[in-house]
Design a binder for this molecule. Sequence first.
Ligand SMILES: Nc1ncnc2c1ncn2[C@@H]1O[C@H](COP(=O)(O)OP(=O)(O)OP(=O)(O)O)[C@@H](O)[C@H]1O
Ligand SMILES: [Mg+2]
Length: 368
Amino acid sequence: MARVSLRDVNKIYRSRHDEVHAVSDLNLTINDGEFVAILGPSGCGKTSTLRMIVGLEEITSGEIYFDDVLVNKLDSQARNVAMAFETYALYPNFTVEENLAFPLEVRGLPQPERRKRAREIAELLRIDDILNQKPTALSGGQQQRVSLGRALIRDPAVFILDEVMSHIDAHLKFQMLFDLKSIHQELKKTMVYVTHDQVEALALADRVAVMSNAELQQVGSRNDLYHTPSNVFVADFIGEPPTNFFDAELFTGDNGTVLRVPDSDIVFQLDQGHAQRIARWNERELKVGIRPQSLHLGGDSARPALEAEVAINEYLGELSILTLASGGRSFRALVDADTAAQRGDRLRMHYALDDVMVFSAKTELIIL
Ligand SMILES: Nc1ncnc2c1ncn2[C@@H]1O[C@H](COP(=O)(O)OP(=O)(O)OP(=O)(O)O)[C@@H](O)[C@H]1O
Ligand SMILES: [Mg+2]
């Protein structure tokens, strides 16, 4: 096993006509035995990062270490990394067992040993009942398991998965997420899992590294990313439905300090502590974020609230998403499905001050 450290890593693809900066000054350490997900929208540099870790892509600048060994110049064989892709690439004329055992055959392991290991891995992945079948007879989910198994059987120091579940239906995906998590708990391998799906990333990983536009935005646990996002991008990308954002200005009047949203009745009342912490940043133009989950109906009327009119009430089984409007601004709140809110109703949506996120409008970095 190994700890993987990336230091100031850059990837620039150069062609005759243009230059793409795919990964920019990336610093990230994946601890020995840790499960880290790299999460971000399409084109943000996730696969490029993985391919540099694996040794399939040259590093433009910076250093990658496996434990204390600089691996920049080592080929992927020498790095002992296994990678499983979305595309299964199984050998169609081999049975599942032969597919699984193939990496061991290449290494020259004797037949009985290959067979034993293939069966162990198959049991772990719960595909031991299809060992004699050919890949064409298997479902997509089974094929992906075989492909995972073929990567695992090599017993790599680092195990890398790139969007391995994007073509699996929701039900099976849930099962596979559970399986992968159990496999990780059993094998305790250093794993890097790439996805653009926050549900997968947050369900699986010990820590999630969020990327956007070639840059790492934040690395943290699901709690860190959800409750203390480092910037507007992370606050927006993590959580469903997405965070509500308002452009706001800090205003101090007779009733204390508030964050006022122009052209609306939306006002966030601050207490002295919060007001002072924001004032210290000396920024007049601010962006306020509040999650739809942080807005609640009812309760103590003395608590701070946003007042607005219901525009849409969307039922989602146990919960409903309310879209509320105030002046030209709208925002969403997640409420109990029993809530009898109708278009035109005026509601007070309460919040706790600790759930209000405040960002600099200029840098988009969090200040509170
Ligand atoms: N071989 C290449 N030559 C030139 N540009 C490339 C090459 N590979 C990737 N890029 C560009 O680098 C950027 C990052 O690509 P990358 O594949 O790393 O993104 P990604 O986050 O994996 O995206 P996706 O979620 O769509 O797989 C993109 O702008 C892409 O077009
Ligand atoms: Mg990719």
